[in-house]
Write a protein that binds this ligand. Sequence first.
Ligand SMILES: *Cc1c(COP(=O)(O)O)cnc(C)c1O
Length: 223
Amino acid sequence: MSQTVKMALELVRQQIVGAEAEANRPAGAVQLIAVSKTFPADAIREAYAAGQRAFGENYVQEFSAKATQLADLDIEWHFIGPIQSNKTRIVAEYAHWVHSIDRHKIAERLSAQRPHHMPQLNLCIQVNVSGEASKSGCAPEEVGTLARQIAALPNVRVRGLMCIPEPTPDEALLARRFALLRDLRDRLRQEGFDLDVLSMGMSSDMGLAIGQGATMVRIGTAI
Ligand SMILES: *Cc1c(COP(=O)(O)O)cnc(C)c1O
């Protein structure tokens, strides 16, 4: 088991390095978020022993259980799943990043519930880049308003944008979805937002996303 996790991680890291080079981007431009949903805490320990520090979780209950069990490790926790407003407290108390913000109300609660001794919670706004083919994420034309609202909150900080395109074998379409997220990020930067993160790319489309400027890829199945 431990060899498997370690080898899978090494393979994914090599693929990231390859995709960075192919896109003429510097080595280290892309951070790997190991998506550990449904994996037991022991598997996370193995990945940690193999050098992985950033992990992504989708479900609040599962996340709080693992964050508690693994409190002895210096893990950077990324919450990447949908958050109901009655579940924000746990996320505010344990996460370092939340990638799935698509409503002001959730950001507002996370800011209010962020413990004062902790640094600001880093947020990515999730954007629906697929139109009617997808339901999660805010509409592209709402991103600016949402970013301005969140920027006014004291204990959270907007760091970038995130997307999950609709599943499709059409690589040209996927590339356009990722390019749209990058263009939205560039526009917000021109408006003065200090955004350094594009969270896009999963096991099946990581290379495409890196080609379009991803700075974080969220990889589960391949590990
Ligand atoms: C599960 C999940 C991933 C990882 O997807 P894989 O295809 O397993 O790599 C990435 N992002 C989100 C939001 C997820 O829910």
